[in-house]
Design a protein around this ligand. Structure first.
Ligand code: NAD
Ligand code: UFG
Length: 337
């Protein structure tokens, strides 16, 4: 049976993916230090999947812990979500990000190799592309991240490309996510960032539920149809399915796969506000303020390679993204606490 170690498995994308892995009959171990998630998630995952998992509270930088997990459990693959992801914080505390995201990944990869685990899926990001001067990103688009967080993702990608050359038996998927949103359709798991949300969707849903007064829209003067920024929002359930497809694909090909996980359909900030109003029946008050430094006007995925290589494509549209986020937010106005 396929036994998978999922780092960061109680986090937003990890939790949705773990439900899918368990539902597909895989055995799952989760390692998470709970720096950005709650242990409550474990019970919710088990309820949704009807299966149990093994949870280890700990850090990917804890070599002794990783070694004991790999020695006691015969894992054959790792899905590596664990990481810090706040762009602004990464600029203020770069060493924290290099240590957690890069040094932590190195410890994980060393222990995987020691335990002869050769299959790995890594959470990369569209941030690795930076600003190539056009909006539709293919996997061949030059890589030039514009912030520390993005550089940690590119560094780990580079490490894995070199690792694959030195260890041809490794099977590695680098999945570059665009903008994950949405929640499990039960409303039992979803995204609840600690503190003030950095990202658009959690902010909108906290305004809708009454936790926050109004949305600040960063820039209304971009050269886009309505003046607000365009992004490729992708439902977290589609992302989870992309990981299953990648595991399947790696089991058939001894390769290094690099693919975008996006829909290919960009939406503006105002599109998201209006779709959320429709899904929730709530008015979302907003104010258009100045642009956020570092934001690009527009980018989206060319998802063709993921379809060709993984046989995967996103299925859920903007209405489901908003309806599922709203269900989660309404049922859990304070998140997991
Ligand atoms: P998340 O913060 O909800 O999940 C990450 C999980 O990793 C958290 O549960 C956290 O507690 C855990 N973690 C962090 N550092 C750890 C460490 N050193 N040891 C053990 N556990 C640790 O974030 P998410 O949105 O689910 O993102 C998952 C991955 O996908 C991250 O690597 C992120 O950089 C990447 N990604 C996210 C987005 C996005 O917008 N959400 C976009 C592209 C890529
Ligand atoms: N936005 C607002 N108000 C807010 C938050 C966001 O107007 O309160 C706007 C932004 O200006 C942007 C859009 O909404 O136009 C999306 O912003 P997000 O912060 O939700 O997402 P980003 O595209 O900036 O970045 C996200 C993640 C990164 C990840 C990247 C991948 O934060 O970690 O997607 O494409 F790398």
């Amino acid at each position: 049976m396929n036994k998978v170690l999922v780092t960061g498995g109680t986090g937003y994308i990890g939790s949705h993916t773990v439900v899918k892995l368990l539902s597909a009959g895989m055995e799952v171990l989760v390692l998470d230090n709970l720096s950005n998630s709650s242990k409550e998630v474990v019970g919710r995952i088990e309820k949704l999947s009807g299966k149990s998992l093994q949870f280890f509270e700990g850090d990917i930088r804890d070599r002794a812990l990783l070694r004991s997990i790999f020695e006691r459990h015969s894992c054959n693959s790792v899905i590596h979500f664990a990481g810090l992801k706040a762009v602004g914080e990464s600029e203020e505390q770069p060493l924290k990000y290099f240590d957690n995201n890069v040094a932590g990944s190195i410890v994980l990869f060393e222990e995987m190799i020691r335990a002869r685990i050769h299959t790995l899926i890594f959470s990369s990001s569209a941030t690795v592309y930076g600003d190539p001067g056009y909006a539709c990103y293919q996997e061949s688009t030059p890589l030039s991240p514009m912030n520390t967080y993005g550089r940690t993702k590119l560094m780990v990608e580079d490490i894995l490309r070199d690792l694959k050359k030195a260890n041809p038996e490794m099977q590695i998927a680098l999945l570059r996510y665009f903008n994950p949103v949405g929640a499990h359709e039960s409303g039992d798991i979803g995204e609840h960032p600690f503190g003030v949300p950095n990202n658009l969707m959690p902010f909108i849903s906290q305004v809708a539920v009454g936790t926050r007064e109004k949305l600040m829209i960063y820039g209304g003067d971009y050269s886009t149809p309505d003046g607000t920024g365009l992004r490729d929002y992708i439902h977290v359930e589609d992302l989870g399915a992309g990981h299953l497809a990648a595991l399947h694909s790696l089991s058939e090909n001894n390769s290094l796969i690099t693919v975008n996980l996006g829909t290919g359909h960009p939406y503006s900030v105002l599109d998201m506000v209006h779709a959320f109003e429709k899904a929730s029946g709530k008015k979302i008050p907003y104010e258009i303020i100045g642009r956020r430094p570092g934001d690009l006007p527009e980018y989206y995925a060319d998802p063709a390679l993921a379809k060709k290589v993984l046989g995967w494509e996103a299925k859920l549209g903007i209405d489901r993204m908003c309806a599922d986020t709203w269900r989660w937010q309404q049922q859990n106005p304070q998140g997991y606490s």
